[in-house]
Ligand binder design. Structure first.
Ligand SMILES: [Zn+2]
Length: 425
């Protein structure tokens, strides 16, 4: 059985090949739902009412609805980025007549999962413009296999299955062409110029990420599972967007934020550790002629869902899970808690979201780390330290988090979409 929510999710995943493309895909979806785009850099009109979105530096996005019913603030947040590789400047390297690319890591990826796959590349390329301070930006997604990172044959390392050290600078450079003796180091810049139909000298810079060029699929004997790249965190972006497009504009102030840079710590101008969310809230409150007193009250009475994937218990490594809280795929939404507050929920937040699931028949389960493992973290605690609002960390359970290809349960996207829809209801 193919779930409509899975089909929708996989379309979104396929179009979200870089954080900028995630934002474009979200913007398309919002525009189709008659959300109006506002330019973050321009003046916004007083007395705004309705459905809007704004992009922040191209890789973060805030969607929001402003209604008549005052004093109810609901926020959801997810992230647009994913671990992988970025192409360095002056990337062309020729070794043994092969054209290789110099790359660096972005976030904490499982290196071995990037080996021996067809890879493509997407991101932005910045060209010389008429004004030095306003260069021309082009989003690109080559959407075809351009490179691969070949592993070493087992005959040359018989111990490969005992675990092998992979050095990002030495072992992970992608092979992209066979140039022979006549190869020029500028082969990569020439390729980009050719693809864009511009002079290589007019390319001033780029941010290009490498992504696995393989189609996503539903799998399993009864199609119970989904296999795709970037489930962390497109599953959550989709849920936040589904929630806000279904929100009634009479229901107070609803906000869905898709932040970039969670995978590298959120501390960037468009990340969750920036002033951007608080700045946004102050801005919309001022435009509605509400003062800080009202904003602070609404924050104190409000609620934020920080949505990011969770670890399902792994059948081959079941000892890695907590003894009592063991989320399974297709078991529904995961409520994540940590005494260290690496997850932002307090007891009231857990109770509220658990009960919201109960009254709407949405399946849910609990996650905590094993006490001898620090586990991960996400943007909930960071964002709620800057906008001091009660926050709960939730997400879908997945396996192989931060692999080039992750696995989730096919029924779980429905559960999280429904929770986000009820959250804004
Ligand atoms: Zn994540």
């Amino acid at each position: 059985m193919m779930y409509t929510s899975v089909e929708e999710l996989l379309n979104f995943v396929n179009n979200s090949t870089s954080p900028w493309h995630t934002v474009e895909t979200a913007a398309d979806m919002l525009s189709k739902e008659s959300f109006q785009e506002l330019d973050w850099r321009s003046k916004w009109e007083k007395g705004l009412k309705g459905r809007f979105f704004t992009k922040i530096y191209g890789s973060s996005l805030i969607a929001f609805t402003l209604g008549e019913n005052e004093g109810r603030l609901r926020i959801s947040a997810a992230h647009t980025d994913f671990p992988g590789f970025r192409i360095k400047p002056k990337a062309g390297i020729i070794k043994e007549g092969y054209g290789m690319l110099n790359i660096e890591g972005y976030g904490g990826m499982i290196l071995s999962t990037w080996l021996d796959r067809p890879l493509s590349m997407a991101g932005k390329i910045v060209l010389r413009g008429e004004n030095v301070f306003a260069p021309e930006v082009r989003l690109v997604d080559f959407a075809r296999p351009l490179m691969t990172i070949p592993s070493l044959a087992i005959h040359m390392n018989r111990k490969v299955n005992d675990g092998v050290e992979l050095n990002k600078q030495k072992h992970m450079l992608p092979l992209t062409s066979v140039l022979g003796k006549l190869g020029e180091k500028s082969f990569f810049d020439d390729f980009l110029a050719n693809e864009l139909g511009v002079n290589a000298k007019d390319i001033l810079s780029y941010e290009l990420n490498v992504y696995p060029f393989e189609s996503s699929c539903q799998l399993g004997l009864a199609g119970e599972l989904v296999s795709a790249g970037r489930l962390d965190n497109i599953t959550s972006c989709v849920a936040c967007l589904k929630g806000i497009v279904n929100a009634d504009i009479s229901c107070g102030t609803n906000v869905a934020v898709l932040f970039d840079n969670e995978e590298i710590g959120s501390r960037t101008k468009q990340g969750a550790a920036s002033a951007v969310l608080m700045q946004f809230l102050e801005r919309i409150y001022k435009l509605q002629e509400k003062d800080n007193e009202e904003l602070w009250q609404d924050i104190a009475n409000g609620f934020m869902l920080s949505v990011d994937v969770a670890h399902g218990v792994h059948p081959n490594y079941s000892e890695k899970a907590d003894p009592t809280c063991r989320p399974v795929l297709n078991g529904g939404v995961v409520l994540k808690e940590a005494a260290s507050q690496s997850y932002a929920g307090d007891a009231e937040a857990v109770a509220v979201i658990g009960e919201l699931c109960n009254v709407n028949n949405i399946p849910y389960q609990h996650f905590v780390n094993r006490s001898d493992s620090p586990g991960g973290s996400t943007l909930g605690s960071i964002a709620s330290a800057l906008v001091p609002i009660r926050t709960m960390d939730i997400g879908l359970p997945i396996l192989a988090m931060h692999s080039a290809r992750e696995t989730m349960g096919a029924a779980d996207q429905d559960a999280i979409n429904n929770l986000l829809i009820e959250f804004y209801h």
